[in-house]
Design a protein around this ligand. Structure first.
Ligand code: EPU
Length: 370
């Protein structure tokens, strides 16, 4: 919606923590050069509540402006300048909040770097997050897409989270069931008016996340890449620190470091198909990488499908397909001349079309297109 000047708009000065016309290039790992009309930085639950309930914020709501919550910017594609008020959450702090017979319950502020948090838990002797090492982004964004890697998902050790209602400033707590976690999905990815009646996208900002880490820990080594590490090293009972080091090595070999090459991780979700659909594809493409799921459906490796269509290493404008992992789209530009969100989406659509034409599967983008 186009923004129009409003009579009472000038009456409300933005709070001190709001900055105007800010470049978002340093705040998204793709390195896209879009701007925020207003960027609010909050470093505590109370400053967030003060912002949300300020006269300035109500004036913005009156103008029909929404709020866009920015985490580490590692899972977004900025297709244009952002007209919503951008909220950058910098709430810090990590702590052990309680202990039961079976679990350590640890908490992190939404603004804590995810990988630093994982390393901190392992250094303290609290295990369970080590397979999720090196995932870019902040703790506050981790439940939004239920991050997952190497056989582990966030929901496996999630306990609860605290959030703020962005209309009223009220604080509330959600447990795992209320977050409605699924593969790369949660209640925070759905708008309130969508099929998910409880959608909280644009309606809530996460301030703290708590994890219940098991006292009786065993390593999760089911993922093929980790089994290879076991075979290569002969270490059959690795420590959590060893698993963390393996995951860091595997990720570094396959995935581009966003500090060096702009990207947003996997660009598409791995699609699921019925057994019949999978058998049909296997009939034509015997090598398709697929994994049976507990519910009888089959998950296909989107990276393999894209690779099979010949996209690995290809570029469209300044958008490229990473040459070591076809599921990752990258910024082939420079800081002064970066890829645009439009170029990334053009490449993404071309990939979707060719995968659809060859396999009859429409890939679904994984990052949020803003
Ligand atoms: N493959 C190819 N060619 C490619 C890429 C992959 O043939 O260009 C094949 C691989 O050889 C392998 C299979 O596809 O047999 C799967 O590849 P990989 O193990 O790299 O995992 P992925 O399914 O592509 C998922 C997650 C990653 C996560 C890894 C490890 C999604 C969308 N992606 O990738 O998550 O790190 O598994 O668990 O589920 C992310 O979400 O941003 C992300 C990086």
């Amino acid at each position: 919606m186009a923004l129009k000047p409003c009579d009472n708009f000038e009456m409300y000065k933005p709070p001190m923590l709001v900055h105007n016309n800010v470049s978002l290039q340093p705040f998204n790992t793709f390195g896209i050069a879009a701007r925020a009309r207003d960027l609010a930085v909050v470093d505590s639950k109370h400053s967030l509540q003060a912002l949300v309930t300020s006269d300035w914020m109500s004036a913005q709501r009156g103008l029909g402006r929404g709020v866009f919550v920015l985490g580490g910017g590692s899972n977004i594609v900025l297709s244009a300048d952002v007209q919503a008020v951008v909220l950058k959450i910098e709430i810090a702090g990590v702590s052990l909040v309680s202990e039961t017979d079976k679990h350590w319950v640890v908490q992190a502020g939404a603004g804590v770097d995810w990988h630093e948090f994982v390393c901190w838990t392992v250094a303290q002797g609290w295990f369970g997050l080590e397979n999720l090492a090196l995932i870019p982004g902040k703790v506050g964004a981790s439940p939004v897409q239920n991050i997952g890697a190497y056989g582990v998902e966030l929901q496996d050790s999630f306990h609860e989270l605290d959030a703020i209602d962005l209309r009223t400033g009220h604080a509330f707590t959600l447990n795992a069931a209320q977050c409605a976690f699924a593969y790369r999905d949660s209640v925070f990815k759905h708008a309130p008016a969508s099929q998910h009646a409880m959608g909280l996208k644009g309606r809530a900002a996460i301030t703290h996340v708590r994890f219940a880490l098991p006292k009786a820990w065993t390593p999760t080594l089911s993922y093929l890449d980790l089994q290879r590490k076991v075979e290569q090293t002969g270490i059959t009972e690795p420590s959590a620190q060893q698993v963390l080091d393996w995951v860091v090595a595997i990720r570094s070999a396959k995935l581009p470091d966003p500090k060096v090459i702009g990207n947003a991780g996997s660009f598409f979700k791995n699609p699921t198909v019925t057994e019949d659909q999978c058998n049909d594809i296997i009939g034509r493409e015997p090598n398709v990488v697929h994994y049976p799921l507990a519910d009888g459906r089959i998950k296909l490796a989107a990276g393999w499908l894209i690779d099979a269509c010949g996209w690995r290493g290809k570029t469209v404008g300044l958008a490229g397909v990473y040459d070591k992992q076809a599921l990752v789209l990258i910024n082939k530009g420079s800081a002064d001349n970066p890829v645009s969100g439009g170029e990334v989406m053009t490449l993404a659509k071309a990939i979707q079309t060719s995968v659809f034409e060859r396999f009859g599967i429409m890939l679904e983008p994984e990052p949020e297109v803003v």
